[in-house]
Design a protein around this ligand. Structure first.
Ligand SMILES: C[S@@+](CC[C@H](N)C(=O)[O-])C[C@H]1O[C@@H](n2cnc3c(N)ncnc32)[C@H](O)[C@@H]1O
Length: 310
């Protein structure tokens, strides 16, 4: 029997409250996961409302097809949210989208199922792809990556201080035996980490870095963000939930740029319209309540940002 792994949705009410402003609008959930946000969005829509959900992960798509297919207002697309512009254009909705939601990162089913290869706590094949139907697994990449490139990835995407030592350990170990299991990688990274942080597995940062690289996570976010303002109608909203500072920095900078316009010399006399301002931030950064953090430790690092198309 295949085990069903659950995902507890973070900032569920808050995100949907900010996103849905018109029950008859067209909405996009760019990160369907197990449909926690999608289900609540649909409950707020009238019969004319529509929801296009997207996910890279074939297991998320299978879940959507099983649990949501009966709802004629709902559609699921197996794609990256980086393809947002194309998905919207194909549906003739460019400039007519009422809201886009992104709940970034990995889902609990991805993390908890050892077979997906994301976990340093449970042994499994070293895969780490969200989209298992394409691309290179972590094992394939680690078998051939150069030591310098690996160190750069660990440093850039994991903010790992001991990136160079870890990269050397990987390259030395793979000369003896192929790296194919998560436990094997976690053990060698832990051994190469001279300074273990309290309450944190010594391979946490390295696993995060490899995962972000393998799934092109930051590139996808940047491409998707750029596609959001042209997709939205006036008053339409973007709601983005991030789980680490690399993601949140991209979102925060993007909203700042789109709400302040192009950086021009201060004394240049320019008309407001020439600044290309597309968004207005709504509120500051939302955090999960103490109660939510008590119930779901994953929500502790969540930061939600909201902006409206002007
Ligand atoms: C945190 S979970 C979302 C959980 C969802 N909001 C829920 O309540 O069930 C993130 C999901 O986004 C998907 N994902 C991450 N990056 C993606 C991308 N670039 N394109 C499409 N899906 C992506 C992952 O596969 C995962 O299923």
């Amino acid at each position: 029997m295949t085990q069903e792994y659950r995902h507890v949705t973070v900032l569920l009410e808050e995100a949907v409250e900010q996103l849905v402003t018109d029950p008859n609008g067209f909405y996009v959930d760019g990160t369907f996961g197990r449909g926690g946000h999608s289900r609540l969005i649909l409950s707020r829509l009238g019969p004319q409302g529509r929801l296009l959900a997207i996910d890279k992960d074939p297991e998320a798509i299978a879940h959507a097809e099983r649990e949501f297919a009966h709802d004629p207002r709902f559609e699921i697309a197996h794609a990256s949210f980086a393809d947002l512009a194309q998905l919207i254009t194909e549906r003739d909705r460019q400039g007519r989208v009422q809201g886009v939601l992104l709940d970034l990162g990995v889902s609990s089913p991805q993390l908890d199922n050892p077979e997906r290869g994301f976990s340093f706590q449970h042994d499994g094949p070293l895969d780490m792809r969200m989209d298992t139907s394409r691309g290179m697994s972590a094992a394939q990449w680690l078998a051939q990556v150069g030591e310098k490139e690996l160190a750069d990835v660990l440093f850039t995407y994991g903010e790992e201080k001991f990136a160079r030592r870890m990269a050397r350990a990987v390259v030395e170990t793979r000369q003896e035996q192929p790296l194919e299991r998560t436990a094997q990688l976690a053990k060698l990274i832990a051994a190469a980490n001279p300074k273990w942080e309290k309450g944190k597995h010594p391979a946490t940062r390295a696993f995060q870095a490899i995962r972000i690289f393998i799934n092109r996570e930051l590139e996808d976010i940047e491409t998707c963000l750029a596609a959001i303002p042209p997709a939205l109608c006036q008053g339409g909203r973007m709601v983005v939930i991030s789980f680490h500072s690399l993601e949140d920095r991209l979102v925060k900078r993007f909203i700042r740029k789109e709400s302040k316009g192009e950086e021009l010399p201060r004394d240049l006399p320019v008309q407001h319209s020439a600044l290309n301002v597309t968004l207005r931030p709504l509120g500051k950064a939302w955090k999960a309540s103490d109660g939510e953090v008590d119930d779901n430790v994953r929500s502790r690092s969540a930061v939600m940002r909201v902006a409206e198309r002007i």
